[in-house]
Structures are given as C-alpha cells and as structure tokens.
Design a protein around this ligand. Sequence first.
Ligand code: AMP
Length: 500
Amino acid sequence: MNFSSMGLSAQILQAVTAQGYDEPSAIQAQAIPAVLEGHDVMAAAQTGTGKTAGFTLPILERLSAGKRAGSKQARTLVLTPTRELAAQVHASVETYGKYLPLTSAVVFGGVKIKPQMARLNRGVDVLVATPGRLLDLYNQQAVRFDHLEILVLDEADRMLDMGFLPDIRRILAALPRQRQNLLFSATFSKEIRTFAKTLVNNPVEISVTPRNATANTVEQHIHPVDKARKAELLLHLVKTRQLSQVLVFSRTKHGANKLAKKLENAGIRSSAIHGNKSQGARTKALAQFKAGKVQVLVATDIAARGLDIQQLPYVVNFDLPNVPEDYVHRIGRTGRAGMTGEAFSLVSADEIQQLVDIERLTQKAFTREIVDGFDPVHTVPLSAPSGGKKKPTGGSGHKRGGKPAFGKTGGGHHTSKKKHGGHKPFHKGGKAQSEGESTAGKPKQTSADGQRQSQSQAPKAGAVSPTQRRNRRRRKAAQAAGKQGNSGNHSGQSPYGSAR
Ligand code: AMP
C-alpha cells in the first residue's frame, strides 16, 4: 500500500511527500479509505501511530470537493483535550493542506478571544478546538455549525478523563445530526465505549495496537528507589546515561516546579510546564525543549498531552501516575513513528499499587533494576503474591525492534464494519502482548549493571484473587496506620513480600 493508490489528490500527495513519508502507517492504511468513503470511524490508536494524518488527509480530500465555508461557519470540527494537542493538530492540517485552497483555524483558552472571533468571522474549513473555549465562542455567536460536515474527537479518552463530557454534550447538541463522526482514543474504557455508542453510527472500527498496550519500540525500565532520593537518581541517570532530551513526568504542578528548579541548580537546563503556566510560557518552554536549549522538560500529564516532539528519546516517570492509562500515554511520548525510545520509572515503596495497576493494564511484569548506590531502604513490595502458580509473562520489554507502527499493515490489526448496537466495539485485550523476553522461570531483578538481585513474579493481568484483594485491603490499612515504607520487613505477613 502506498499513498498514491489511496485516492488522495496530487496536492495532498505533494504535501505528504514533502514530509518524507514513504508509506502509510497502519492506522492510515485503514482510516484513510474509510473516511474517504464517508464512514464513521472508531479507532483505537495511540499517539505516535500517525493517527493525525490518518484523519486529516482524507478530511482535506473530502473538503476539497465541497463548497467553501461561509462566514462564521466551520465545515469540520476537531476537538482535542488540550491546547498543545490542538496546536499540534492544527499545524498538521496546515502542513498537509498547504497546497490546497482550504482554510483552518485553531481556538483554545488561555489566550485572547477577540482575535479568534475575528478569524472565525471569515469562516473556516477546518476548526481545531478545545471544548471550553469553543463553547465560549459558540455562546458568543462567533461560530456556527449549520454546514458542519465532519466531527473528529481526538484522544477521546483524555477528554472524558479531564471532565469534558458535559461540554462535549453541549457542543454535540449544536451540531447538525447529519455528519460524519470520527473518534480516536488511545485506550478504550467501558465509559468511552458507552459514550462512543451515542456518537458514532455504524462505524468502521480500527485497532492498530492491542488495547492499553505500550508501544513495543520503547524499552521500559523500573528503578526502585526511596522517595527522598528520586531527584538525586534522576540527576544521576541524566548525567551518567547522558540523557540528551528528557521529558519528565511529575504528578503535581508544585512537584514539577520544584524538580525543574533542583535540576537547574545542578546545572541542567530545565523547564516545567503545567496547567498553572500561561499559554505563552508553555509554548516557550516547549519550543526551547524542541530546539535543544532545554535538556529536561518537567511536565504534568495534562500539560504533556499532545506534545509531538519528533524522535523524543527519553521519558522519565518521576512519579507513577495514579491512573494507569496515563502510563500508556506517557510512554507514548517516546518510541514514536517507529523510532525506539527509553522510559525510566522511578518507583518508591508507596507507589506499589500504581505499579500493580500499570502491570495489570499493560499485561507486563516489569523487571526491576536497582541502580548502584540507590538501593532503597524502603523496599518496593513485589507486585504479585509469591508462591502462586501463575506463570510469569515476561520481562520488562527489553526486546527492541518490535512491530513498528509505520511498518506493513496486517497481522493483528483489525478492521471491521459492524452493525452498531449491543456489541463491544473493540475486542477485549485478552491476549498479552508478547513483548517481554521469554523467561524459563521467574523474571529476575537486576541492578542497572545487570547483576541479579532477587526474584519477582508476574501478575496475571486482570485477575485479582480474593486473597490479593484481602491483602490489598490490609496493606492499605497498614499504610493508613503509618507503616508505609516498611514493606521490606513484612515478608511472611504480606503476600507482596520483599523485593530484595
Ligand atoms: P501522530 O500519531 O499523528 O501524533 O504522529 C506521530 C508522528 O508520526 C508525527 O511526527 C508525524 O509527522 C509522523 N508520521 C505521520 N505519518 C507518517 C508516515 N506515514 N510515515 C512516517 N512518519 C509519519
């Protein structure tokens, strides 16, 4: 399959060629024909798979055929959860549409509304927007949707996570009923599926990666460490491993600021981006990071959403996210477009539940690597009961060069056209991704220099035994009672045992 056989116009092909794309990615190979044929689409696709071009190219093709937008009208609406992603998608629309006479605009909060109103007054073929600002503009009658042809919900899972559902419902009520709907989501929770059913009509369903899987071009490291020494370990990794361009995730805005300051004080050029920073400050920090002027960008999940930094080589989870799906999103920042990347998670004893949740979601049992000199005093408990009969599912994904997102399509990809109603729009992720190296026995814990430390055991994804549940409750109660962090001592009392 190549772009020229997909029915795209010469102007679009020219723009694609200028980007240096040789062949369509898996999602593009499936989404482009479906959108061109006018179908609704539901796609499970992570960032980094080329999904933006997957919907933008055929949309531009379809829009080229129709009448230009009238004053205040938008012919296509792309909704995204964050300002950064909106800016990103809009940049793609401009890039792919640069040889076409179509118009586009992007609107989001945090910047002046008046220029946006002026721009919309002229009408746009493609409007990219975040929900809050769009509603604001709509309520002020700056934009109308009488001639809306296509609606795209990008990163729908995030929009729901971020509480945009009421805004989205209000927006949907303002749109014509007759339209094409395209829904993209990295993960498909029950909530998303329920919402999707109210939106799409007899959709073509596309899934290019197993649900909730992390890209297999990303090498994932789990480094157990005491909470108090995380910043020190991060510095150590950045310096000794010469991490040139690192995106670091912090759970809190305050934590992001503090960490960026600490790194700066240690002589590493760093910035923080989060929701409390002005749009201008965020854009500047991102531009400096992209240009290599800032080595470490510390971000919260919301701020980092949608960042497309070509070939970002390193991601660090300074804190594990509370929502396991965020881990998938974070890891999606690296290993993009078939490139390889590395992700480092600094895990302290109190984050065991987050680790367990991530292992369940991604169906991976991570090998833990203790970095020399950073042995935790508070040992991170094992993530599954010891002594059970469960078979380990593999290591930490150390295998490189798995199926690239931009490789050939087929095998494992799924496209179907089904009647909508009652059925589950996506297959359940039943089969574990065969990413880990197969291990004859239990996965070994190794130090960063490869020395064996001790053994851990893989959880069986999704399965929680009554014993596990009881022990989880006990552990929570123990933590609440202030015993947290002493997990190294509780072998014999807890099935989570000691990791060392
Ligand atoms: P996305 O998943 O849309 O965020 O795209 C991820 C990255 O892949 C972007 O940097 C795109 O420029 C790039 N990309 C999109 N389509 C292709 C393609 N067919 N071949 C190579 N790179 C691509």
